[in-house]
Design a protein around this ligand. Structure first.
Ligand code: PBG
Length: 318
């Protein structure tokens, strides 16, 4: 009788296979220039843009709840954007300011910076546009400069998310040559071209102005290619690899877990979060129940690390 194992809550807890802990979570945070700013947008409920001063308060709240890792994204004024994303490697850009402030105030908080150019280019692509498509090697130069810029500001982990070939190799080389051998790389190795990124693009202002991301982000019909991306990233020096989005890609998470031994992160993205949030606000179901089911499924599939906009709520729910 297998049902004996479900007899009481305590027995169910005793035999539970997947566990969640605040240690598993990374909270994404959006940082905007200016002072005393906290902004919310309609498509992304309860996720906010913070100026650095207000971001620090948020990091304190998270840390008090034992959420000790944050992933930073810059929200940049349109006038600072250009074709070569030069603001992404400017020494005093808003992400660098946030990194310095957080590390200054809370040195035990793990600060991760997303390394991409879509929020810094006028056209909104994740690379340098050459009139025809995104130029891989030109983009590698910019990504390397940007990663180095964050390393100099004191970031713990850089997270390249542009899906350019050999981005890990280029960044590792630049970091090592400049004395940042201890800066980790968490690579968005298997990042799919997905419609689940909508709310994120609204909050960052990074939707491509023309064309789409299908020539660099992965085709959702493929899984073998994801394994190949991961293999290459590990070979090039990735310390942590990632699958993104998470929910429609649990099979990819499991397959990577079965084939590789580096820590594996899964990004429970903006659209996965917002659809639950909106449905819950409409009384269709209970947010906490659905969110926990989703988060446990990601853990059960084999993720070690979960990047989620629910990270802040999880400690209260556990
Ligand atoms: C940037 C980037 C994206 C996300 C994280 N980094 C989106 C994109 O490709 O437009 C998405 C995160 C989310 O939806 O929560 N390259």
């Amino acid at each position: 009788m297998i049902r004996r194992l479900r007899k009481s809550k305590s027995i169910r807890d005793l035999v539970a296979e997947a566990e969640l802990s605040p240690n598993d979570f990374v909270m994404p945070l959006f940082v905007i220039e200016g002072e005393n700013i906290v902004q919310e947008i309609e498509t992304f409920p309860e996720v906010r843009r913070y100026s650095v001063d207000r971001l620090i308060e948020e990091v304190k709240v998270l840390r008090d709840k034992e959420i000790k890792s944050v992933l930073l994204f810059g929200v940049i004024d349109e006038i600072k954007k250009d074709d070569i994303a030069s603001y992404s490697y400017k020494e005093d850009n808003v992400v660098c300011k946030a990194i310095r402030e957080i590390k200054n105030k809370f040195d035990d908080v793990v600060v991760i910076a997303d390394v991409c150019v879509c929020g810094y280019t006028t056209h909104g692509h994740c690379g340098i546009w050459n009139g025809d498509w995104v130029d891989n090697n030109k983009t590698l130069e910019v990504l390397s400069l940007s990663a180095l810029n964050y390393a100099r500001a004191g970031v713990d982990i850089v997270a390249p998310s542009a899906m350019m070939d050999h981005q890990v190799k280029a960044i590792r080389k630049t970091l090592d040559e400049n004395g940042f051998e201890r800066t980790l790389i968490m690579s968005y190795s298997a990042k799919y071209s997905s419609s689940f990124y909508g709310p994120f693009r609204d909050i960052v202002g990074s939707s491509p102005k023309f064309s789409d991301r299908k020539t660099y982000q992965m085709d959702y019909r493929n899984i073998r290619q994801a394994l190949e991306e991961v293999r290459q990233d590990i070979e090039e020096g990735a310390d942590i690899v990632m699958v993104k989005p998470a929910l429609s890609y649990l099979d990819v998470i499991r397959e990577i877990r079965n084939n590789f031994n580096v820590p594996l992160a899964a990004y429970n993205v903006s659209g996965e979060y917002s659809m639950v949030k909106v449905a819950s606000k409409n009384g269709i179901f209970n947010e906490k129940d659905i969110a926990m089911e989703i988060l446990y499924s990601i853990k059960r599939a084999g993720a070690d690390i979960i990047i989620s906009y629910w990270a802040k709520d999880v400690p209260d729910w556990l």
